[in-house]
Design a protein around this ligand. Structure first.
Ligand code: SAM
Length: 310
């Protein structure tokens, strides 16, 4: 039973909030959709992020995820997590490329972070350089292992699958994950309007449907995540693989329970749209009441539209 939860017009409960706390990043992934633009001096402060989360908590949000850019490029990341954790959410997680995770994992755990998703598309140094334009594979691997060691559990690896880049590396990654008790999430590449190469999606998009069908045949068990866009989890050989296919819009939207905040402090009701954003941070900066801020949140929720309502 879901109590004290706000639902949108389509009866979808709003259970999680993903906040992009910076769009600065220490990598330059060739597929990155660069979530909005904001200069570092205008980034939301730890107190402002706390206020946003406080309103989210009031309307029944259970889970907070911090993302970027890379959230760990913020020097105040531990303070941010500590402030949000004081609101006692069911789950606080963070998505990072892992490069700075070795440095921060322990302090983040102490500050109240529950778990991390680390984006790692390959274990091969050459492929890593091709995808990220950087040479940080060693640091990212070490960061992942540190997260496992300090119990940011469960650690998940996000692997975006790209045709002719890493489609043949899934098995190696799955073995690495199994060895360290990590869940592997395979992500289907989505169209990236900010990507430098116009043809990137067309050239490198690799549909995960066939793989998903194959997994369904060989898995020991399959479960569907009810409130996470209907994603399927496959259990096999003592490991776990989750498939993320935002391209399958109708199903993705039908089961979406997530609201987002852009780095410039706007409520983003839908992942795949930018035409229904709702301004939030200027109201917080004007010190408006919690009632008013809650109303703004509800306006954002009211703007949520499934991609395809058929
Ligand atoms: N820098 C952090 C990281 O590397 O995890 C957080 C931001 S990154 C934008 C968040 C996630 O979005 C990563 O797992 C990344 O792989 C995924 N992502 C970015 N662009 C994508 C695209 N065009 N298609 C699919 N996934 C994408």
């Amino acid at each position: 039973m879901l109590e004290n939860v706000v639902k949108d017009k389509y009866d979808r409960p709003i259970l999680s909030l993903r906040i992009t706390i910076s769009n600065r990043c220490n990598e330059n992934c060739l597929y990155c959709h660069h979530d909005g633009m904001v200069s570092s001096k205008d980034e939301m402060t730890p107190d402002e992020l706390y206020k946003i989360c406080k309103i989210a908590k009031r309307i029944g949000v259970r889970k907070i995820r911090l993302s970027g850019g890379d959230p760990l490029v913020r020097k105040d990341i531990v303070e941010i997590v500590e402030k949000i954790a004081s609101l006692d959410f069911q789950d606080i997680s963070l998505t990072t490329n892992g490069v700075l995770l070795g440095k921060y994992a322990e302090d983040l755990k102490k500050a109240g972070l529950d778990r991390v998703n680390v984006s790692l598309d390959t274990l091969n140094p050459e492929t890593y350089k091709k995808v990220t334009s950087m040479d940080y594979l060693k640091e990212a691997r070490a960061g992942i292992l540190k997260a496992v060691e300090v119990g940011l559990y469960p650690v998940k690896i996000n692997m975006v699958i790209m045709k002719d880049i890493n489609q043949n590396e899934i098995k190696d990654m799955f073995e690495f994950c199994k060895e360290h008790g990590i869940i592997l999430q395979l992500i289907e590449l989505i169209e990236s309007e900010n990507c430098d190469d116009d043809k990137f999606s067309a050239n490198y998009h690799y549909p995960l449907e066939d793989l998903e069908n194959k997994l369904a045949d060989i898995a020991d068990d399959v479960r569907e995540r009810k409130f996470m866009q209907g994603r399927k989890k496959y259990y096999l050989n003592d490991g776990e693989i989750e498939i993320v296919r935002p391209v399958d819009n109708s199903k993705f939207c039908a089961n979406c329970s997530r609201l987002r905040i852009t780095p410039d402090g706007k409520i983003k009701p839908c992942l795949l749209r930018n035409d229904n954003l709702v301004e939030l941070i200027s109201h917080i900066r004007k010190n408006e009441s919690e009632e008013k801020l809650e109303e703004i949140f509800l306006n954002g929720i009211n703007n949520r539209e499934p991609f395809n309502t058929d």
